[in-house]
Design a protein around this ligand. Structure first.
Ligand code: LLP
Length: 432
């Protein structure tokens, strides 16, 4: 469920009016709902209650300190992909002992940092990385807990840019090679074999690829437990969310709705996976990002101009592809709704940003109630891979972020000051 809905015709996040937040903090503005974050986390955790499990929130999807703290307070662990993310998780009050460190390109500094902080596990992506971790752990007189990422060669049937679990991808190690690699790793003095990890892709809306992958690696996990005493299996992230019709009727419990029958709910996910995982007798780790944060955030933007050219009707807004890259990069769909509910006739509209690129388009020919200059619109389901992928392209400052809880709201990231954008730059000495 999510907590963005119309109250008396005005879009609200929980008990706070979006228009009032825009007035106070300006636009473009990301707004997150604490209650939605917590509900998603809890719903997933409850569905998996029969398993000894740990949810490690994939903080690459949203790493705002306020968001991370909301989840840390619920005892969430964190799936991190850089030394920076580990530092961020700790800064937000996260427990490094519940952090896993993934990624194909871990540098020596990052590995040393993670070892010093005593993270739960490194998710290892190559033999070379395994040897590097062993060497660094030796130097630091530490034992590095590791899991090797198995590539189960299962097609996740999602967008090609977010598919990771086939042999076409750079991720993990082919399932056939895993037993020999664990045998080699077991001989390394500063390595402890703690688990087995996989992740097949993102925004999966069907259970089948998950089930296929778990079925494929389960026998391997059992063997590795017997032979090397591994204690956990990680089934990665990837649970998809509803992007279309995410709000429209303001349904709170969307997973009880008609549309939900086509989406993967935590209950369906658990109903299939728990029986496959329970017999393994292993702790189960998960790395969901989008499922927790995606529908917990929106991007609020102001209509700067409306423009009609030939047959097209454009709404030019003050957010752009630098603020929310997903539509430009993946041609992804985000619901766009007026902040003040409108009875105006829907007009086929292109909602676009002001950047000089045709790709800077949030939607094309979408029937949206006619908007006018000065109207606020909300781009929904922007809580995952939204702000974290923002840039200062066109020397546009990073947007502000607000966290709402009930009737309270807090600015959890100030809008970047323009001068900060080039603060770390300089002219060359010969340019005087
Ligand atoms: N674990 C691993 C190893 C991953 O690579 C990812 C995402 C996750 C967990 C979390 O996946 P999630 O539960 O959020 O689907 N920027 C893209 C998504 C990239 C996903 C990368 N890996 C987008 O905006 O759709």
């Amino acid at each position: 469920m999510h907590d963005f809905r119309y109250v008396n015709g005005r879009l609200h996040c929980e008990g706070v009016s979006i228009a009032s937040l825009a007035k106070q903090h300006g636009t473009p503005l990301y707004v997150y709902s604490s209650k939605t974050l917590a509900d998603h986390f809890t719903k997933l955790s409850n569905a998996l209650a029969p398993l000894d499990h740990l949810i490690c929130f994939a903080m690459k999807s949203n790493s705002n300190l306020g968001v991370l703290r909301t989840l840390a307070d619920l005892e969430s662990g964190f799936d991190t992909v850089s030394g920076g993310e580990i530092q961020r998780a700790i800064a937000a009050g996260g427990n490094p002992k519940k952090c896993v460190f993934a990624g194909v390109g871990k540098t020596a500094e990052e590995i040393a940092f993670a070892l010093r902080k005593g993270i739960y596990c490194f998710n290892v992506e190559s033999e070379a990385e395994l040897e590097r971790i062993n060497r660094i752990a030796g130097k630091l007189k530490k034992i590095a807990p590791i899991a090797i990422r198995v590539n189960p060669n299962v097609d996740a049937k999602t967008h090609k840019k977010i598919t990771t679990g086939t042999y076409e991808n750079k991720f993990g190690i082919a399932i056939e090679k895993i037993p020999a690699l664990y045998a080699r790793a077991a001989k390394l003095k500063h390595i402890r074999l703690r688990g087995l990890q996989m992740h097949i892709g993102s925004q999966l809306t069907q259970i089948k690829p998950f089930a296929d992958a778990v079925r494929k690696i389960a026998p391997l996990a059992v063997k590795l437990k017997a032979k090397h005493g591994i204690e956990f299996i990680s089934i990665g992230g990837g649970l998809g969310i509803m992007y279309e019709d995410a709000l429209v009727s303001g349904k709170a419990e969307w997973w009880n709705s008609k549309e939900a029958k086509n989406i993967l709910t935590p209950e369906k996910y658990a109903a299939t996976l728990v029986p496959l995982l329970q017999p393994l007798g292993l702790k189960v780790l998960l790395e969901p990002g989008r499922f927790i944060s995606g529908n917990a955030g929106i991007l609020v933007t102001n209509v700067e101009y409306v423009k009609r050219t030939g047959k097209k009707y454009f709404a030019i807004v003050d957010a752009a592809m630098n603020d929310l890259l997903r539509p430009a990069f993946y041609e992804s769909y985000h619901e766009i709704v007026p902040v003040k509910q409108s009875k105006a006739r829907p007009v086929n509209t292109d909602v676009v940003g002001g950047i000089c690129e045709t790709g800077d388009t949030f939607c094309k020919n979408r029937p949206i109630p006619r908007v006018a200059e000065g109207d606020l619109v909300a781009i929904l389901s922007a809580g995952a891979y939204g702000f974290v992928m923002a840039s200062t392209y066109n020397t546009r400052p990073l947007p502000a972020e607000v966290l709402v809880k009930g009737k309270e709201s807090a600015l959890v990231r100030k809008r970047q000051k323009i001068k900060k954008i080039w603060e770390e730059e300089a002219t060359a000495p010969w340019q005087k």
